[in-house]
Design a protein around this ligand. Structure first.
Ligand code: GDP
Length: 535
């Protein structure tokens, strides 16, 4: 495949994730984006909330029971600014971050697969805890962020208040691309700050269709909207005086964030969001390998596995590994090499998944997400390539904050239990810790979010038919230590020492006061912080 073709495929691709606190409107916006584009394929499970769309994922009972999606979705959308569905100069990969209120390592892994993030904020609520955490992860990984103030059709804060809050609390300077005309709760349209025009929206019944829009000159807008237009104009001028206009370099450097105002429910501002993603979000780029050499997008095929998912669907009890293509062209059937083992990996079963229906992916390019079926050997962070060899840096494992003992309750299932725990460990579902005192039969699980534990017990039952119970332990933080320090630490009250399956020696502490006390008392012990969730 010629590198010119790959370069042009990259040029028209954008790969991003929507990040938000639950209920800010991520699912509604995902549907709105799908409505404004043409869906090509969907890799992963789709979930529906609020009855607007049927739930097509039946991955796990737990998922159904809680009305949440633990599984990640990668939607591929075709989009043309002209609105002509047969003309699709752009391909958009929307990678879904887990939509539950819990925080897990999955979220971080998904964010390693995207080039930009859209941060959705509820106009009435402003910044919420999850928004802050997710934003810090984006900053940590250098992911540029587009900010969307959603639910503008409902009463909320003033635009300048929201802008101040974001600037002050996360140190990111919003540069609105559009200013809403009409206060929150009276969403009439948008002032396009680049053209100075007014885009007026018309509601459709239930927001089920693309909202018709009409573009007017500033004079016509002033005549029609009166004070609402004047207010928007003044806000725009004030922001210009403050220097809060879009600057592509500052956006890519993570200093500023283009901002939009939307109503995902009414489909207002959705086209503007799509256009902004196309215009400003970066196209797929090459990546640095562990030897520090950059693999360019036009180099031979390479990809990173960022998520492994099992038993998504009862009619397809298998394991899917999702990879993001970094370089080259992917053709189904080609045999690639698994960098971690050096073994060949056949890609005959490359698929895009739409609930129960799976479609085959024949070709894919950098930025695309492809699901590989029955990829038993693959784990998150692994590299696949076509010669020459490349291996990308591993996805860091984050500092766990929740610790539980896992115990099997059916005595004769010990062998399956061990097999299951090794499998879940390899997939990166949780971190598995062991020590001699507890023995192999009751490992300790360490997680970033407690829902990871529920996933373990549910999968133990569903896939291995092993009943287990989770017993929360009274530890809340971990430090990396070494063999020399381990004995002294193990003697301390409120401390326990473990070996993680990757060989790391970890000391768990009941709380930070206990840790501080021991650090003071035994200054020569090795106690290093792990990579924190949002360093
Ligand atoms: P998620 O948890 O971020 O995926 O949020 P959802 O998309 O499920 O939305 C949460 C709730 O807010 C649902 O009841 C939606 O109908 C509602 N919602 C989402 N977007 C809007 C919006 O733009 N305006 C209004 N009024 N409601 C919205």
């Amino acid at each position: 495949m010629s590198s010119a073709v790959i370069a042009s495929e990259c040029k028209r691709r954008r790969t991003f994730a929507i990040i938000s606190h639950p209920d800010a409107g991520k699912s509604t916006m995902t549907e709105a984006l799908a409505l404004h584009t043409r869906m090509i394929s969907e890799a992963g499970a789709v979930h529906g909330k609020g009855g607007r769309r049927a739930t097509v994922s039946d991955w796990m009972e737990m998922e159904k029971a809680r009305g949440i999606s633990i599984s990640s979705t990668a939607l591929q959308l075709r989009y043309a600014a002209t609105g002509d569905p047969d003309d699709f100069p752009h391909v958009i990969n929307l990678v879904d971050t887990p939509g539950h209120s819990d925080f897990s390592e999955d979220t971080y892994r998904v964010l390693t697969a995207v080039d930009a993030a859209v941060m959705m904020i509820d106009a009435a609520k402003g910044l919420e805890p999850q928004t802050l955490k997710l934003f810090q992860v984006c900053r940590h990984r250098g992911i540029p962020v587009i900010t969307v103030i959603n639910k503008w059709d409902r009463p909320g804060q003033a635009p300048l208040e929201l802008i101040d809050e974001i600037t002050e609390r996360i140190g990111l300077i919003p540069t609105p691309l559009y200013i809403p005309v009409g206060i929150a709760g009276d969403f009439r349209g948008l002032l396009d700050r680049r053209t100075g025009d007014y885009i007026r929206f018309t509601r459709t019944a239930g927001g089920a269709k693309i909202a018709p829009e009409e573009t007017m000159t500033a004079d016509a807008a002033a005549a029609r909207e009166g004070d609402a237009w004047t207010a928007a104009l003044e806000e725009s001028e004030l922001l210009a005086e403050l220097g809060q206009d879009h600057d592509q370099e500052m956006f890519l450097a993570g200093q500023t964030s283009p901002m939009l105002f939307t109503s995902a429910m009414l489909n207002f501002g959705v086209r503007q969001l799509l256009d902004s993603i196309i215009e400003y979000a970066p196209e797929p780029k090459g990546r640095k390998a562990i030897d520090n050499v950059e693999r360019e997008v036009t180099d031979p095929f390479s990809a990173v596995v960022f998520k492994v998912q099992a038993g998504m669907d009862t009619s397809h009890r298998d394991r899917l590994a999702f990879m993001r293509i970094v370089s080259g062209e992917f053709e189904r059937g080609m045999v690639v090499t698994h960098a971690q083992t050096g073994k060949p990996f056949a890609t005959k079963y490359a698929q895009a998944v739409f609930g129960r229906d799976r479609s085959t992916v024949d070709t894919a390019y950098p930025g695309d997400v492809v699901g590989l079926v029955n990829a038993m050997a693959l784990a998150p962070g692994d590299t696949l390539f076509i010669d020459p060899k490349v291996q990308y840096p591993p996805i860091p494992s984050f500092a766990p904050e929740h610790f539980s003992a896992l115990r099997v309750t059916t005595a004769d299932k010990y062998k399956q239990f061990r097999k299951a725990i090794d499998q879940l460990d390899a997939e990166g579902v949780v971190q598995v810790l062991r020590n001699d005192v507890r023995g192999d039969a009751s490992p300790v699980l360490a997680a970033v979010g407690p829902m990871q534990f529920e996933v373990v017990t549910a999968r133990m039952k569903a896939e291995f038919n092993v009943d287990t119970v989770i017993e929360p332990l009274g530890y809340s933080l971990a430090r990396r230590t070494d063999e020399q320090s381990a004995d002294e630490l193990a003697r301390q009250r409120g401390v326990e020492v473990f070996t993680r399956s990757d060989g790391a020696v970890l000391a768990l502490f009941s709380d930070k006061w206990r840790l501080q006390f021991i650090e003071k008392e035994f200054a020569d012990l090795t106690l290093e912080p792990l990579v924190a969730a949002a360093d």
